[in-house]
Structures are given as structure tokens and as C-alpha cells.
Design a protein around this ligand. Structure first.
Ligand code: PLP
Length: 445
């Protein structure tokens, strides 16, 4: 099919996620036909730098020969079999690999298929674990303001981004919310409600979907200590931060924190196939042991839980961290990214703040009227210049694949700077729409 025909059919039959369908047809979004490394190609052969790692998940680039080969080899064995009542080699080997890589104490791996389900599972595990320990009053969860843990009802319940979540409030359970980065606020909440709390859930170090909000150094460690002091579980959602994004394998490592439950997804398969895991301590796992008639079983499992192709892709992805020394090669690129942003993006009139942690970047544009959708217009301008970036409201996000070449990284920043300048030129020049010092842009898809 030709591009025009595909675009027409897209408008006729598809309903895109986080997308106002009414405006969709006017945008002529690229239809991606293939990819190579950090580059996406559309059906007309136009090339784009994948500036958001295909929604924060690509790690070693597209079409990596080792991951492609691992999936093909698994395809010759079995594409899918269930984990309910059966097991398979890639799931077993991957679980051991994850156990060995994860922060100390996380010894059990429970698979699912998206970040949201990994969180949903952690929440259910924490709840059930306490009930089975004879503390059924511990049913509540403490989460951070502006948190994002996914789109299913349980993960939305522990989320805190009004724009995404307030619409669904009547369907959600009630969580306790504290300001992110404020250990004293958490201490007060735990002092008051500790006996009802099952777990505290955090995105460690960076609140991604809130616009790359950074937590102060020491905060995560303080959260761990407060959880210990008040005897509640700590759930770390490493869905966005895991697998090298912050410069270490897991964000928890920066502060030597071991959570009781850890959620991973996105980069787990290198961005190839849907797979997630909830890692648990042996103590949590053992709390579910008992006779069948005791009903201590964890009653949860999806059809594609631990899919063999996805597990094979994940094993290859994790092996590449060693064979390509991914984290070591990443360090100078983190510095380069910081330097390029400081040189090209920071001086722009429209830019209020740049927040970077490793290969996670949020560029906050200064106080534009949300109705102008300035962040969105920046992404359209970037696209015309050859890069895919995606905004969170008026925060422009950069999350390139860890394997991106330095030259391409430079070009990504150059394109982003040009796109910001272009998209905000009118607004700042006439003084009408843009001004410095505005409030933080509310995230919007
Ligand atoms: N948790 C965090 C921290 C995330 O950033 C995301 C997605 O962006 C999720 C959970 C949800 O993951 P998924 O989109 O795979 O359901």
C-alpha cells in the first residue's frame, strides 16, 4: 500500500493511544516502515532519529543482530507457551539473570507483559502478603504526587497526574499522596497512617511521565529508611529508569537501595517485545506458601506472561550490556548530552529549565498558554527536521537509545534546539504567548 492509502486507512480504522483523534488526521504522522540502530524510516524513506527510544524502551538500537538472532532462534523452538502449569528455558534463565543483576535480596521473578501490569502485581502482592501475615488492616498505599505507574486501574490508583488520572477517580482505590522529594512529608504520613499502610511506591530518582522531575540526592535512601522504621514495604517502579537509563543498571543502585518489590518492563527486552517482571524478596515469596486449601496462592497470571520470544530477546539484551560494555560506553555520552544541551538548548529564550539524569532529559518550556500546545508543536517541528521527540505537556522529552552514536546524539540536540526556536519564535517575539518564569507545564500526552 502507498503512504496516502495507509494514512487514510489509519484514520478509518485505528484509535491511537493518548491521542485526541479529532486532531490526528491533520498531522500526517510518519508511518514507520523499518528501523536501524537509532534511526526510524517511514514508508516514504524519510529518516528520523528515534529521540524517545520508541517510548523509552529501546536500549541497544533497532534491528540489533544479536537480539534479532535470539528471537529467530527461539522462533524455531516455540513462540509461545504458558507459564501456568508449565515452564520454559528462556523464562528460567532470564529469571536467574535478573536475580543476579537486581539489587540484593530480590530473588524471585514474577513475569507479566507491561509496566502497568508489573505495578498492578506489586500492589496486589503487597496487599495479600500483609493479609497473610495476619495484618489485614494494612491495605493502603502511599504514593508520590505527580507519580505515574501506568494506565490500568490499580496502577492509576497509585498515580498522581491529574490530567491522566482524575477522569477515572470514581473507579480507583484511595491512596495516600505525599510530595515527592520531601522525606519529612513521608515521615508525617507514615507516623499517622503507618499501621494501615501496606507499601510505599516510588519511581526512584526521576518521575518520568511527570516531566522528568528529579528527586534530591539521598531521598530514595531516606524513603527506604522510613519504610524500615515504620515496617512498611517499599515498591520501586524501575519501568522507566531500569536497564541503564540513569547511567546505572537500576536507579536504586545510585543510593544503594534494595526495595522489597521492584517493577521492570520497557528496556527489559531492549524495546523489542512486551515483557515485564515484578521482582520480590524471598520473604515476600514465602508469605504465599501454604496448603492449597489455605488460599495463599497469588491468583494472578496473564496469557502472555513470560512469553518465550520476549524472554529470549531479554536474555540477548542483558548479554549485550556485557559484550558491548553498554554502561561504560554510556558515561561519556551522558556528559556529551549535558554539554550539548547546555550549549544549544539552555540559551533559548523559551527554555525555563533542563532536567537530566543520565539519558533521561526533560526540557521545560517557559510558561506558554497550554492551549497553544507548544510542546506538541516542537515535536512537529523536530519531525520535519528529522527527529522523533515527544512532549509531556510543555516539557520536551529526550530519551535516546543508550547505543546512539555521539554524532547522532549531537544532531538530536541540534534538531531539538532548532525545533524549539522555530515553534516558539512567534510566541516569544510578540510577547503574547510566551514569557519566562511561568509555572511548570502540566503533562499532556
Ligand atoms: N511505570 C513507569 C514509571 C512508567 O514510566 C510507565 C510507562 O511510561 C509505566 C509504569 C507503564 O508502563 P507500560 O506503558 O508498559 O504499561
Amino acid at each position: 500500500m502507498e503512504t496516502a492509502e495507509l494514512a487514510a486507512l489509519d484514520r478509518e480504522v485505528l484509535w491511537h493511544p493518548f491521542t485526541q483523534q479529532l486532531g490526528w488526521s491533520e498531522e500526517a504522522a510518519p508511518i514507520i516502515a523499518r528501523a536501524e540502530g537509532a534511526t526510524l524510516f517511514d514508508t516514504d524513506g524519510n529518516a528520523y532519529i528515534d529521540g524517545v527510544s520508541s517510548l523509552w524502551c529501546n536500549v541497544h538500537g533497532h534491528r540489533h543482530p544479536a537480539i534479532d538472532a535470539a528471537i529467530r532462534a527461539q522462533l524455531d523452538r516455540v513462540a509461545h507457551t504458558t507459564m501456568l502449569g508449565l515452564s520454559h528455558p528462556p523464562a528460567i534463565e532470564l529469571a536467574r539473570r535478573l536475580r543476579d543483576l537486581a539489587p540484593a535480596g530480590l530473588t524471585r521473578v514474577f513475569y507479566s507483559d507491561s509496566g502497568s501490569t508489573a505495578v498492578e502485581i506489586a500492589v496486589k502482592m503487597a496487599f495479600q502478603w500483609w493479609a497473610q501475615r495476619g495484618e489485614p488492616a494494612r491495605t493502603r498505599f502511599v504514593c508520590l504526587e505527580n507519580a505515574y505507574h501506568g494506565d490500568t486501574l490499580g496502577s492509576v490508583s497509585v498515580g498522581g497526574i491529574d490530567l491522566f488520572h482524575s477522569r477515572y477517580r470514581p473507579l480507583l482505590f484511595d491512596a495516600l499522596r505525599v510530595a515527592a522529594g520531601d522525606a519529612e512529608a513521608l515521615e508525617r504520613t507514615l507516623a499517622r497512617h503507618g499501621a494501615e499502610v501496606a507499601a510505599v511506591i516510588v519511581e526512584p530518582l526521576v518521575q518520568g511521565a511527570a516531566g522528568m522531575l528529579l528527586q534530591p540526592p539521598g531521598y530514595l535512601r531516606a524513603v527506604r529508611e522510613l519504610c524500615d522504621r515504620h515496617g512498611v514495604l517499599l515498591i520501586c517502579d524501575e519501568v522507566a529508569t531500569g536497564f541503564g537509563r540513569t547511567g546505572r543498571m537500576f536507579a536504586c543502585e545510585h543510593e544503594q537501595v534494595s526495595p522489597d518489590l521492584m517493577c521492570v518492563a520497557k528496556g527489559l527486552t531492549g524495546g523489542y517485545l512486551p515483557l515485564a517482571a515484578t521482582l520480590a524478596t524471598e520473604a515476600i515469596h514465602d508469605g504465599f506458601l501454604g496448603a492449597h486449601a489455605d488460599y495463599r496462592t497469588f491468583f494472578h497470571g496473564h496469557t502472555y506472561t513470560g512469553n518465550p520470544l520476549a524472554c529470549a530477546a531479554a536474555l540477548a539484551t542483558l548479554e549485550l550490556f556485557d559484550s558491548e560494555r553498554t554502561l561504560e560506553m554510556l558515561q561519556p555520552k551522558i556528559v556529551l548530552l549535558e554539554r550539548e544541551l547546555a550549549a544549544r538548548v539552555a540559551p533559548l529564550e523559551a527554555v525555563a529549565e533542563i532536567r537530566q539524569r543520565g539519558f533521561m532529559v526533560g526540557i521545560e518550556l517557559a510558561g506558554f498558554d497550554p492551549a497553544l500546545r507548544t510542546g506538541h508543536r516542537v515535536t512537529l517541528a523536530a519531525r520535519r527536521r528529522g527527529a522523533i521527540v515527544r512532549p509531556l505537556g510543555d516539557v520536551v522529552v529526550l530519551m535516546p537509545p543508550l547505543s546512539i552514536a555521539p554524532e547522532q546524539l549531537r544532531r538530536l540536540v541540534e534538531i531539538t534546539a532548532g525545533a524549539i526556536a522555530q515553534a516558539t519564535a512567534g510566541a516569544t517575539a510578540d510577547g503574547g504567548a510566551g514569557s519566562r518564569g511561568g509555572s511548570a507545564g502540566r503533562p499532556a500526552p
